[in-house]
Write a protein that binds this ligand. Structure first.
Ligand SMILES: Nc1nc2c(c(=O)[nH]1)N[C@H]1C(S)=C(S)[C@@H](COP(=O)(O)OP(=O)(O)OC[C@H]3O[C@@H](n4cnc5c(=O)[nH]c(N)nc54)[C@H](O)[C@@H]3O)O[C@H]1N2
Ligand SMILES: Nc1nc2c(c(=O)[nH]1)N[C@H]1C(S)=C(S)[C@@H](COP(=O)(O)OP(=O)(O)OC[C@H]3O[C@@H](n4cnc5c(=O)[nH]c(N)nc54)[C@H](O)[C@@H]3O)O[C@H]1N2
Ligand code: SF4
Ligand SMILES: [Mo]
Length: 708
């Protein structure tokens, strides 16, 4: 059994509670010390993912436990205003609304929207609550905005979706790492410790339209920045496959023995001559050639080579095909399924991985089972004690669910748990209109997010350090979240909320409220599924064992490294899938001549609902900005610091101009952490990927206007 010294996860012997960060999928380990929210302090703890480091969000995470913005009483809307109410009154309103609406319009008239920040226990219970208590098919979650394209590509090519199919520490010894649309210097700063070796060896390579802090690190070490035009990643991938083959870097033996479909993909890649790729992407042929050579060299000298994708490459209407094309590059080079090399995706949210395994996705049952698979339905229905025929079928994906609200055939009641779609959804103005058209919007949160602010009922729930549970991090490793504090009086666990509501609407199924009991049920429900947790127990986690799923009675030690013997496809071979480059769904033209792309800054998390309440973070990054090349700014009469409107076919966003010589002149960048006039998602559009239903957050056509 791995000991603490090896990076296990046992409670600290020191005073204090050993837990993990409130925010992202790296799930840095920390110790919380203190007896009340007022005096709780955070200190980093050594753990493989963070090696004793934290980012500024992690360091300041306890601030949110004592924010004056904390909700401590239910709110209900009376005469247009949100006013305090008792839990009994608030839950009665919700239960009444559900029963009345379902009686009149059927089960699917009530919808649920979840989040990748929920613990495994809550994600599981939310899926069960929707299918068994509400009997609705209308459930999806914000992970659809996040990892869905990479997940779809992973399933397509490897037969399984686990973000990193190897421990993150494996990357630490690699001499070549190609990062695709990932900016971990801001989005997961402690992750950089795993890239030091590659950076020092001149083998860190970053494909990003911007010279990010991550790309700067690559260049400083003698590595590469592939500064492509947004949405041209698939062309880059196919061009690199082309070069891998024509320059003699392809691993013929691996392709022959461990993959299928190369002959279907090659005719497409053959068309992507490097010069053509340079014209489409803007990346010089010499840079592409150097990148492929660096990966092959590191592989051949057994110094480790990895290709890692993140949202820049994935959040496109062709994101699944784009990731598929980069997996083809990895397969052509023989990287996946071998020790010391690989392909992975950097999962984003705190429980981004676990959140997409246990059934809050429209087409899914626990254990990453498919809801339209009769055997999966029978297994899960038996655990739940219901008739498989009573389980609903697949529902709508996130944007489709939200955009149908209040329409004929769409839901009229929505319950939101762990998301702030008024700020974070694509084409957010249109989504906000649909939310306003609901008969009843119920938001569970611990702060008054922009979505909670327009709700009819707001339920104050527990946050991070006030609850027990588990999360599954970006490596598929299950972790314990531990309670350090008692929640303020008036707040309740979501497990209590679902149990209470199920009873109020007349559902006889038991919804346990003890997370440990819920986890035991999750283990049984996931047993035999792709994400099998059956041998994971809280006792084993508390003893410091490092358990990566699948972890079953056949594999009680868990599976840190997947695919070493075979891929998870029926024939055990990884698949080359024939895909081509299509480019962004919205073309730029004379009225909207620039491509806007969006993303993150270090200090703020997601919709900003949490981090905008932390004084140190808003002091460091308080203002919405748009990053622009100086020539582009000047062409519309804008200078650094001026206020500008960024305008798309759907709306406008007000932002301070941040002039940056390293920007491409044809691209502007906006963070999406603010609402109101400063909401980046007023610009974006919801062209959806045909497979994953991921919207195109990373490219839309805009123009800049000076604000008088
Ligand atoms: N500080 C902070 N950290 C976070 C989060 C946060 O909100 N704030 N959120 C967490 C979550 S949920 C996620 S999903 C991760 C996301 O982590 P990342 O994927 O690293 O974050 P993003 O900023 O969305 O996108 C990364 C980069 O993609 C680039 N990009 C834009 N368009 C394109 C394109 O067309 N092609 C390519 N190749 N690159 C492009 C952007 O310039 C940006 O630098 O971060 C996690 N960590
Ligand atoms: N333009 C643009 N838009 C994007 C992206 C982008 O790159 N560009 N990225 C997308 C991505 S990758 C993501 S992941 C989404 C994220 O965007 P959102 O889904 O809006 O995520 P958060 O801001 O994390 O919202 C979480 C809300 O839930 C609350 N919360 C946290 N934990 C819990 C809990 O346990 N229970 C309950 N009930 N509430 C909780 C928080 O207080 C907060 O109000 O944004 C997407 N939107
Ligand atoms: S990198 Fe992510 S998990 Fe680590 S401290 Fe920062 S926000 Fe928390
Ligand atoms: Mo995300």
């Amino acid at each position: 059994m791995p000991s603490r010294a090896l990076g296990g996860d046992a409670p600290s012997e020191r005073e204090g509670v050993a837990t993990h960060c409130a925010y992202c999928g790296l799930q840095c380990a920390m110790t919380l010390t203190g007896t009340s929210a007022a005096d709780l302090t955070v200190s980093p703890r050594r753990f493989p993912t963070n090696r004793g480091g934290l980012c500024q969000k992690g360091w300041t995470s306890a601030e949110l436990l004592r924010t004056p913005g904390r909700l401590t009483t239910p709110l209900v809307r009376r005469e247009g205003e949100l006013v305090p109410a008792s839990w009994d009154d608030a839950l009665d309103i919700v239960a009444d609304g559900i029963v009345r609406t379902q009686t009149a319009y059927g089960h699917d008239s009530v919808a649920v929207f979840g989040g990748g920040g929920l613990t495994n226990e809550k994600a599981y219970q939310l899926g069960k609550f929707a299918r068994v208590a509400l009997r609705t098919s209308q459930i999806d979650y914000n992970g659809r905005w996040c990892m869905s394209s990479a997940a779809a590509a992973g399933i397509r090519c490897f037969g399984l979706d686990r973000g990193l199919p190897f421990p993150v520490t494996d990357i630490g010894s690699a001499h070549a790492v190609l990062l695709l649309g990932a900016n971990p210097a801001e989005t997961m700063p402690p992750f950089l410790t795993h890239l030091v070796r590659a950076a020092d060896a001149g083998g860190l390579m970053v494909a990003d339209p911007r010279l990010t802090p991550t790309a700067s690190k690559a260049i400083d070490g003698g590595g590469l920045h592939l500064q492509l035009r947004p949405g041209t990643d698939a062309a880059l991938a196919l061009g690199m496959v082309h070069l891998a083959v024509t320059e003699g870097y392809a691993d013929r033996r691996f392709i022959h023995e461990r993959t299928s479909g190369f002959d279907d993909l090659w005719p497409i890649a053959a068309q992507w001559l490097p010069e053509r790729v340079e014209r489409v992407t803007g990346v010089a042929v010499t840079t592409m050639r150097a990148a492929v050579a660096a990966l092959a060299r590191a592989r051949d000298t057994e110094r480790g080579a990895y290709i890692l994708s993140a949202r820049g490459t994935e959040q496109h209407a062709s994101g699944t095909d784009t990731v598929t094309a980069f997996i083809a590059l990895a397969l052509a080079l023989g990287l996946p399924g071998n020790p010391g090399t690989g392909f992975g995706t950097i999962t984003g949210q705190g429980n981004g991985q676990g959140g997409r395994e246990h059934g809050q996705k429209a087409d899914q049952l626990p254990g990453y089972r498919k809801i339209d698979d009769p055997a999966a339905r029978a297994h899960v229905a038996a655990v739940w004690g219901v008739d498989p025929d009573d389980l609903p079928g697949p529902g709508r994906s996130a944007f489709e669910l939200l955009s149908a609200l209040g329409t004929d055939g769409g839901a009229r009641v929505l319950m939101v748990h762990g998301s702030n779609p008024v700020v974070s959804a694509p084409d957010a103005r249109a989504v906000s209109e649909r939310l306003a058209a609901l008969d009843l919007l119920v938001v569970s949160d611990f702060v008054l997010s922009e979505t909670a602010a327009i709700a009819d009922v707001v339920l104050p729930v527990l946050q991070w350090a006030e609850e027990e549970g588990t999360l599954t991090n970006l490596e598929g490793r299950v972790l314990r979240r531990r309670r350090a504090l008692t929640a303020p009086e008036g707040c309740r666990s979501e497990l209590d909320v679902w149990s209470d509501l199920a009873a109020r609407i007349g559902c006889s199924t038991d919804f346990p409220t003890d997370p440990r009991v819920v986890f035991d049920e999750l283990r049984r429900a996931s047993a035999g599924g792709p994400a099998d947790y059956s041998a994971v127990t809280w006792d084993r986690l508390d003893a410091g064992e490092s358990l990566h799923w699948p972890c079953s009675t056949e594999r009680p030690q868990g599976t840190p490294r997947l695919f070493l013997d075979r891929f998870a496809t029926p024939d055990g071979l990884a698949r080359f899938v024939p895909v081509d480059h299509v480019g962004p769904a919205e073309a730029d033209d004379t009225a909207y001549p620039l491509v806007a792309t969006t993303g993150r800054v270090l200090q703020h998390y997601q919709s900003g609902a949490q981090t905008r309440l932390v004084a140190e973070l808003t002091a460091a990054a308080g203002e919405m900005f748009v990053q622009v090349h100086p020539d582009t700014a000047e062409s519309v009469g804008l200078a650094d610091g001026d206020l500008a409107d960024v305008v798309s076919r759907r709306g406008r966003t007000r932002a301070a101009v941040r002039v940056d010589e390293d920007m491409r002149p044809d691209v502007v960048f906006l963070p999406f952490h603010w609402g109101g006039d400063a909401r980046a998602n007023s610009l974006t559009h919801a062209a959806l990927d045909p497979t994953s239903r991921m919207p195109e957050f990373k490219a839309c056509a805009v123009r800049l206007e000076a604000v008088a």
